[in-house]
Design a protein around this ligand. Structure first.
Ligand code: NAD
Ligand code: WQD
Length: 323
């Protein structure tokens, strides 16, 4: 049985669907700080299957202990975390508390209940300023913001735990830029505040909820001067987690990039979205956003050889509002 932390959030909810559809029993813990309880019904409707949802915080150790006593959990898929880079610069302690301390409490409770398998949601942000591209997993990790530091700290903790306990298996997945939603249109990326990330912002503009897209800089060293990223369809991303689950039979600490291997600029993503959904996105070029990198994308070949996984969905399909 799987414990999915943050399982009602954007990526977690898409994962729970494919996990249920693959026959896994699932328990979700989520404190709803960035998600909605009604997402449970949507997941269950799509997957035609039920799962147990516990509203609570991963920093609540006695709650975790109750969950581990009540359910036969053997593996944790750890999505729960805060992820807004700018917010982490303003409130670093909140990020260390939630992301690092939260993971420590989770790992401690797991160890006490002899649960020795975990998949951890890390981020390409751990690499920092590219020393070469595409980033592979051996690229130096020098994060440039507190959010990135918290992800790297947890990676290091997992590595040390695996070193100390030879029966422990941890797979760290470094996501590039997840986009899109389940084709049903029932769930998707639905942040509680104004989106920070490009794709959910474009969606709000398309829906008329925001007046225009601010294009942060058009003077980068890229094809059209706008920032270039590796946008990966969320359904491909969660398939990577199923592959990682199988890989947990190998003990030890393992890291994989989950990306497509292709860079797309802001203007290219907007154009793909407009074409896919027959809409026009109002846009204005603004100054660069502080802390943004010019361009980065993944070398995803290790995931292909080791996990037998690769992203397969073309960009115009990832951009569809619903099909
Ligand atoms: P999300 O905010 O949609 O989901 C995270 C979920 O965790 C939310 O439902 C939130 O309510 C819950 N949560 C947060 N702190 C919690 C706590 N202390 N206890 C219990 N629940 C808690 O974010 P997401 O995009 O689905 O991201 C999932 C994970 O993937 C995060 O760890 C994030 O850092 C990582 N990640 C995301 C991206 C991205 O661009 N979306 C990229 C790289 C890595
Ligand atoms: C993409 C491009 C922006 C918004 C962040 C985190 C990273 C990961 C993913 C969690 C950039 C431009 C954006 C907008 C814009 N998250 N942009 N107008 O910055 O690559 O990565 O999210 O781990 O850690 O750093 O993603 O979607 O914010 O930006 O022009 O309103 O879109 O400048 O070039 P980013 P993003």
């Amino acid at each position: 049985m799987l414990l999915v932390t943050g399982g009602l959030g954007y990526i977690g909810s898409h994962f729970v669907i494919v996990a249920l559809q693959s026959g896994y029993d699932v328990v979700v813990i989520d404190n709803l700080s960035n998600s909605h309880a009604h997402t449970q019904q949507h997941i269950e409707t799509i997957a035609q299957s039920h799962f147990q949802f516990i509203e609570g915080d991963i920093r609540n150790k006695s709650l975790l202990e109750r969950i581990f006593k009540q359910y036969q959990i053997d593996t944790v898929i750890h999505f729960a975390g805060l992820k807004a880079v700018a917010e982490s610069v303003v409130s670093p302690m909140r990020y260390y508390d939630n992301n690092v301390y939260g993971s420590l409490v989770l790992l401690e409770a797991m160890q006490e209940h002899c649960i020795q398998k975990i998949v951890f949601s890390s981020s390409a942000t751990v690499y920092g300023e590219p020393q070469y591209l595409p980033y592979d997993e051996k690229h130096p990790t020098i994060p440039i913001n507190p959010y990135g530091h918290t992800k790297l700290h947890v990676e290091n903790v997992l590595q040390d735990v695996c070193q100390a306990d030879k029966d422990f298996a941890a797979v760290t997945l470094r996501y590039f830029n997840p986009i899109g939603a389940h084709p049903s249109g029932l769930i998707g990326e639905n942040p509680k505040d104004i989106p920070n990330n490009l794709m959910p912002y474009i969606v709000k503009v398309a829906q008329g909820n925001l007046p225009y897209l601010q294009v942060f800089g058009d003077d980068y060293d890229t094809r059209d001067g706008t920032g270039e990223r590796d946008y990966i369809y969320v359904m491909d991303l969660v398939q990577g987690h199923l592959a990682a689950l199988s890989y947990l039979n190998k003990k030890g600490f393992h890291i994989f990039n989950l990306g497509t291997g292709t860079g797309t600029t802001v203007l290219e993503l907007v154009a793909a979205f407009e074409a896919a959904n027959s809409v026009t996105i109002n846009q204005r070029v603004m100054p660069r956003r502080e802390g943004d990198l010019s361009k980065f994308w993944a070398n995803p070949s290790l995931a292909k050889t080791e996990l037998n996984w690769q992203a397969v969905t073309p960009l115009h399909v990832s951009c569809l509002l619903n099909s």
